[in-house]
Design a protein around this ligand. Structure first.
Ligand code: SF4
Length: 308
């Protein structure tokens, strides 16, 4: 079996920065403990588990907004995640005298800046996934921003003012989905301005999947919650007709997927630790369906490997 290690893959600059901020805060005696993170610092449960060892408290995000999570904190220091937050979260923390460290990615702030620049002059449409923390942060800038999450919503969009329309988007979406939604809105209304704000890390990883699509299978190593990892799988299946599997670790591999596979491509989301992907690649390189002794795929990584 040929194993292609697609590049680029793995940590983007925003994730690398966020992780280094948390590591520094753990060892910094001037940072008031405990350290809280509003949700996951980046969308990868392995990283969350590794930080658990250092008593970093990642507040449970299931169904809760960042605003609700911020209200839970009564002491210590908060680290704002790479996805960014709405201004209200910062206000809540300031009112409670809770210090915070901002690990928001600069590409997310770039979108916030675009929204603020056009707020007075335009009717703003933000293309993003409902309930995603990055979307909560962007929509929290103003209650006049309309969220469009799929093609149907784009086709049925009703204007709410006489202002021209300005469109921007969540950084980690599929470039094709966004283009279709913008096209649908532009077909209905005149005076539409669009800034394509998918970040370079997401774009380049999607491009690598499309350009190196000569494979029977693509394995995407990434968390189920990770938007950019899910989009890599989606782009492979929809744009290149190559079946794809999203796995969080080597343990998730099903041996039957590999039967009759001659070429497998491997990529990973922008928040996947390199050690996790390398373990998958090493397993695949030695795998032979006809030799059962090559089938063992239990992760041996420790929290130190994950954070290395
Ligand atoms: S995926 Fe893009 S927006 Fe998200 S942290 Fe990485 S560079 Fe920033």
């Amino acid at each position: 079996m040929i194993v292609n290690d697609l590049r680029p893959r793995g940590y983007c600059h925003g994730v690398a920065r966020a992780l280094s901020i948390v590591k520094k805060a753990i060892n910094d005696e001037t940072v008031v403990k405990p350290i809280y993170i509003l949700g996951l610092i980046v969308h990868n449960k392995k990283i969350k588990e590794a930080f658990d060892y250092y008593h970093v408290i990642s507040l449970e995000e299931s169904g809760k907004t960042r605003v609700e999570l911020a209200k839970q904190v009564i002491d210590g220091t908060v680290i704002l995640t790479a996805h960014g937050v709405s201004p209200e979260v910062k206000t809540i923390l300031n009112e409670r005298n809770i210090p915070y460290i901002d690990a928001t990615c600069k590409d997310v702030y770039h979108v916030h800046d675009h929204i603020k620049e056009h707020l007075k002059t335009h009717e703003i449409i933000y293309i993003g996934k409902k309930n995603h923390p990055e979307v909560e942060g962007a929509l929290g800038i103003s209650n006049e921003i309309a969220l469009v999450s799929n093609l149907d919503e784009a086709k049925n969009y009703q204007k709410r003012s006489n202002k021209p329309i300005y469109i921007t988007n969540q950084t980690t979406l599929s470039v094709f989905d966004v283009a279709f939604m913008v096209e649908a809105i532009s077909a209905k209304f005149q005076d539409v301005t669009f800034d394509q704000d998918i970040c370079a890390a997401t774009l380049n990883r999607q491009k690598a999947v499309i350009e190196q699509s000569e494979a029977d299978l693509l394995i995407v190593v990434g968390d189920n919650l990770s938007s950019n990892s899910n989009k890599l799988k989606y782009v492979s299946e929809v744009q290149t007709n190559t079946k794809a599997k999203l796995i969080e670790t080597i343990d998730d591999i099903k041996i039957e997927w590999l039967k009759d596979i001659k070429i497998v491509n491997v990529t990973s989301g922008a928040s996947t630790p390199t050690a996790v992907t390398n373990e998958v690649i090493s397993f695949l390189k030695q795998f032979d369906y006809n030799k059962k002794e090559t089938w063992d795929h239990v992760s041996k990584l420790t929290h130190l490997d994950i954070l290395s």
